[in-house]
Ligand binder design. Structure first.
Ligand code: NAD
Length: 475
């Protein structure tokens, strides 16, 4: 844990084990914090807030720029640690380190652009001034699937705004979080400004984060179920809230699209991070007359993916986070097959040889998926692409929108007006048009409906950590 500028043990002295999801090997032990540690972290952040919020934006930007540079210098060791603790292939880890660092640079640049407004009044002897102020102590809870970039996406704008932070990383990836705290600490973030509590049981920490009056804002990334509970509790004590939650992304191939090109995109996107991404496509809608060409290309591409330990050269799909995740994916695939879907590739757990000690599920393509199957309704969070044949391009938009989630969506079409109409009609926060990577530090990221509240990245991501103050001035 990291409290008041030092790496410390839990007050209880307890620790918990962290292991490699591909091999089962123990990577280390970390402090097992409880409510008392969360309170100590909040006290440190609360004490540090006054001075940090008065530090000039130029000084805060300089510290963030140093952190960005350090993350670049440490990129290969950070990527190796990410692969060991989280499982994604080394190249994907390197890409995430780069993406995570980019949030730090982007918000370092934005820090110096925190300006206000001079507003005219109806009264001749009055002027209005509106300025932005940091919200205060920010409590952050982060997930294991993007164990570095989900931290920097919250910490960099909070620090740029002048807030102080207490953060609880996911219990599966505390060593990744520790490495990010080392980056910020070594960059010169003052004591107490950033604090981290690790815990094997997150609930008591969540209760303190959402009820302690010294916390001004809660930011959470994770499942919709947990986000709903935490946002509700934080709302009851009138804290500012932003939550990035689950998704159930549609991937729509329009009748005019090239099915082979679209299938190549889907095959490249779906198996990233073994499908454990909130923007991973979960429902692939393909016109009936293109479904064979699409499925064949997917099958060929996916059949070539090697699954295994992400540190091994040539591995394209790593393990899932734990056995419960494998069981969930298996149950969804079994249900679909029992109801008439066909596993064209994969369809089973991998348990033999090099896969024996890890949590592996074979990259899978399911054809013939219909709306009575669990996989059609529930987020999979695994390496399974369910293909759904459709006939009417007007209906497919309604089918895509027929979900409580609203995070990412994808559409493939060669027609500009179809593309624009589809972007307008989809009730999703992030839309890829012939594009499998519609994300960047410089654009807003977030969802509608049960996918969350608020946005991260971009100017909107900074405003989540700011309050607006208005001064009326009589002359
Ligand atoms: P999860 O909600 O169980 O865990 C996320 C975090 O919440 C972890 O740090 C965990 O320790 C913590 N947590 C769990 N219960 C808690 C409690 N009672 N109090 C306080 N903290 C608690 O989610 P998961 O299943 O591990 O992660 C995957 C989910 O995250 C998926 O649903 C995915 O879609 C979502 N996700 C969303 C985004 C996004 O930006 N929208 C990004 C990544 C992941």
């Amino acid at each position: 844990m990291f409290i008041n500028g030092e790496f410390v043990d839990a007050i209880s002295g307890d620790t918990f084990e962290v292991s490699n999801p591909a091999t089962g090997e123990t990577l280390g032990r970390v402090p097992d914090g409880d409510a008392r540690d969360a309170e100590a972290a909040i006290a440190a952040a609360h004490d540090a807030f006054g001075e940090w919020s008065r530090t000039t934006a130029y000084a805060r930007a300089d510290i963030l720029m140093t952190a960005w540079r350090l993350m670049g210098e440490r990129a290969s060791e950070l990527a190796a640690l990410m692969t060991a603790e989280q499982g994604k292939p080394l190249r994907a880890s390197a890409a995430e380190v780069n993406y995570g660092a980019d949030f730090i640079r982007w918000f370092a640049e934005e820090a110096r652009r925190l300006t206000g407004e001079w507003i005219p009044s109806a009264r001749a002897n009055q002027r209005f001034l509106s300025v932005q102020a940091p919200v205060g102590v920010v409590a952050a809870v982060t997930p294991w699937n993007y164990p570095m970039s989900m931290l920097t996406r919250k910490m960099a704008p909070a620090l740029a705004a002048g807030c102080t932070i207490v953060l609880k990383p996911a219990e599966a990836t505390p060593l990744n979080a520790k490495a990010i705290f080392e980056v910020f600490h070594d960059a010169g973030v003052p004591s107490g400004v950033i604090n981290m509590v690790t815990a094997s049981n997150p609930a008591p920490i969540g209760e303190v984060f959402t009820s302690d009056p010294r916390v001004a804002k809660l930011t959470f990334t994770g499942s919709t179920a947990v986000g709903r509970v935490l946002a509700g509790a934080a709302g009851a004590s009138l804290k500012r809230v932003s939550v990035e939650l689950g998704g159930h992304a549609p991937f729509i191939v329009m009748p005019d699209a090239d099915p082979v090109h679209a299938a190549k995109g889907a095959a490249a996107l779906k198996y990233l991070n073994a499908g454990q991404a909130c923007i991973s496509p979960n429902r692939l809608y393909v016109p009936s007359n293109l479904v064979d060409a699409f499925t064949e290309t997917m099958a060929t591409r996916v059949g070539r993916i090697t699954t295994g330990d992400g540190s091994v050269e040539g591995v394209g799909c790593g393990p899932l986070v734990n056995d419960a995740a494998v069981a969930k994916v298996e149950a969804q695939v079994d249900d679909a097959v029992a109801k008439g879907a066909e596993a064209v590739v994969g369809g089973t757990r991998l348990t033999e040889g090099d896969h024996a000690n890890g949590h592996f599920f074979a990259p899978t393509v399911l054809s013939g998926v219909t709306n009575d199957m669990i996989i059609y309704r529930e987020e999979t969070f695994g390496p399974v692409a369910p293909i759904i044949a459709y006939d009417d391009p007007d209906e497919v938009i309604d089918m895509a929108n027929d979900t409580n989630y609203g995070l990412a969506a994808y559409v493939y079409t060669l027609d500009l007006s179809t593309a624009l109409k589809t972007v307008e009609a989809l009730r999703f926060g992030i839309i890829g048009v012939n594009d499998v990577n519609p994300t960047s530090a410089s654009v807003p990221f977030g969802g509608m409906k049960d996918s969350g509240l608020g946005r991260e990245g971009a100017r909107e991501g900074l405003s989540e950590y700011l309050e607006t103050k208005t001064a009326g001035i009589a002359l």
